[in-house]
Design a protein around this ligand. Structure first.
Ligand SMILES: NC(=O)c1ccc[n+]([C@@H]2O[C@H](COP(=O)([O-])OP(=O)(O)OC[C@H]3O[C@@H](n4cnc5c(N)ncnc54)[C@H](O)[C@@H]3O)[C@@H](O)[C@H]2O)c1
Ligand SMILES: O=C[C@H](O)CS(=O)(=O)O
Length: 471
């Protein structure tokens, strides 16, 4: 068993209290992490602040991030195997996540060289003829990055990459259920020669270690990915400090009457169940035009039935365990409740420990929890509709707004949806779950605020400062 250590003030340290990290398939403990104390968090913040005094040029930041990307690329298999144990998602998916993380770091490295302000034409104002002005972007300072369990490497890279590229010092608190790959990544930053204390990692529970971070006034910005509940707490506690929140969603995808049903059902089957549905943009609510509902439903059922549930290390497995038995039980409760309220159980609905069978529900209505709230499990709900304008309203009838998908060949309808659907991103002819790492990514309403994607995250993680010359 691995007794892991944190990185605080340039040292590998532990603490008396420990948190077990389980292999999510076998449920055996495969590592322990220290529960950081209040003093350790304080020490990390002070060390981060001090590290800001050392010059770190954009090109040096580029070099370190590029080097970490190279080191990670050499260790894809090693990282993926650890991730499969701690998350429970399939080995092939984990390899995909590590490969994406390499890209996120490389894009961040490139963006480090492109941080710039802009000229401001103050001289055009009467009386300001002898002045000139421009903006510069300066680092915010100490950034606290708090990350969730489900995508434990790439979402960490989406925070550390841009924060380092922008010239900040970062204190990372990874999700307590999946902290191991984050700690391994921190080692790569050391190996790559990152300046002292530009990255520190504290581990432990959110309600303790996370809260110590929220209470520390030495932190200049919080970048958080996780649940709406915790996001709200962070926003309250941050006060006037900067906050970037990437929160949940109950993602909708529309299948219009002109859609390619084969393609649409392939993509829904692939993106409604990967990582056991524990993806913030996972396909959850699928609105199908009534004229195609039966055909789409049987095509999709066939593809969902073909998904193999089981050991994530087995190459034949498509869907591994959920993060815990407790999470799987909640999903079971919501599915049973929907069926008792009149939904059709097309397939699935069975739970065994942390394993939950890929489930397809039909004739789901707006007030059912599987529709209204974020399921975060392998459950897709089909909802028939007759009128395009009305379905846009149904999609918007949600407190969330991260991404949505629309299958149609009609350009006018696609543009109408783009203007009307209240989301951070609309994906045409694919599901809500499309994401590549350079794109602007982030939600509206209860899905949060601020954008990720290194270029956009760097804007969040820097301040724009105006410089005016009186010549
Ligand atoms: N929008 C996105 O990009 C995105 C991406 C992935 C996951 N998510 C969301 O994350 C959620 C699932 O992840 P989770 O269960 O790990 O989320 P979570 O909110 O329970 O935990 C996220 C992080 O917050 C910490 N935390 C918990 N309580 C805290 C507190 N009181 N103060 C400070 N920190 C605290 C946790 O320890 C963890 O590190 C889902 O809602 C999902 O949609 C969103
Ligand atoms: O869980 C949500 C993630 O942001 C989606 S992805 O893994 O980045 O595609």
């Amino acid at each position: 068993m691995n007794n892991l250590t944190m990185w605080i003030d340039d040292e590998q340290v532990t603490s008396d209290e420990k948190v077990d990290v389980l292999n999510k398939y076998t449920q055996e403990v495969f590592a322990t992490i220290p529960e950081a104390t209040h003093n350790q968090v304080d020490k990390a913040v002070k060390a981060a602040k001090k590290s800001q005094e050392v010059e770190f040029s954009p090109y040096e930041r580029y070099e370190v991030l590029r080097k970490v990307a190279e080191l990670l690329e050499e260790r894809v298999d090693d990282f993926a195997e650890v991730m499969t144990q701690e998350v429970g998602k399939t080995l092939k998916e984990c390899k995909g996540e590590v490969t994406r993380s390499v890209q996120t770091l490389l894009i961040s490295a490139e963006e480090a060289k492109r941080i710039h302000g802009e000229g401001v034409p103050v001289e055009s104002a009467p009386g300001s003829e002898n002045r000139m002005a421009f903006t510069i972007r300066v680092p915010v300072g100490v950034v606290a990055a708090i990350t969730p369990f489900n995508v434990p490497l790439n979402l960490v890279c989406h925070k550390i990459g841009p924060a380092i590229a922008a010239g900040n010092s970062v204190i990372l608190k990874p999700g307590e259920k999946t902290p191991v790959v984050a700690l391994k990544l921190a080692e790569l930053f050391r190996e790559a020669g990152l300046l002292k204390n530009r990255l520190q990692v504290v581990t432990g529970w959110g309600h303790t270690v996370g809260e110590y971070m929220l209470d520390h006034q030495g932190i200049d910005m919080y970048t958080f990915t996780g649940s709406k509940k915790v996001g709200e707490q962070i926003k309250k506690k941050a006060g006037m400090r900067k906050v970037s929140l990437e929160l949940g969603n109950n993602s909708a995808t529309i299948i219009h009457d002109d859609a390619d049903l084969n393609k649409a059902s392939d993509l829904v089957a692939a993106r409604g169940y990967n990582n056991a549905g524990q993806v913030c943009i996972s396909v959850q609510r699928v609105y199908v035009h009534e004229s195609k509902y039966n055909e789409f439903s049987s095509l999709l059922k066939e593809k969902v039935d073909a998904l193999n549930l089981g050991d994530p290390f087995d190459e034949q497995t498509d869907v591994g365990p959920m993060i815990s038995e407790e999470a799987a039980k909640t999903v079971k409760e919501w599915v049973d409740e929907a069926v008792s309220e009149g939904a059709e159980l097309i397939t699935g609905g069975e739970q065994n420990g942390a394993l939950f069978k890929p489930t397809l529900l039909g004739y789901v209505t707006p007030n059912m929890r599987v529709c209204r709230e974020e399921v975060f499990g392998p459950v897709v709900s089909l909802i028939p509709y007759s009128n395009f304008d009305e379905v846009l309203d149904q999609v918007n009838d949600s407190e969330y707004g991260l991404q949505a998908g629309l299958f149609t060949t009609n350009l006018n309808l696609a543009m109408k949806a783009a203007r009307k659907i209240e989301v951070g991103g609309l994906i045409i002819n694919d599901t809500s779950a499309y994401r590549v790492d350079q794109m602007p990514y982030g939600g509206v309403k209860s899905s949060g605020n601020g954008k990720e994607g290194p270029k956009y995250a760097i804007e969040e993680m820097t301040e724009e400062r105006l410089v005016v010359f009186n010549l």
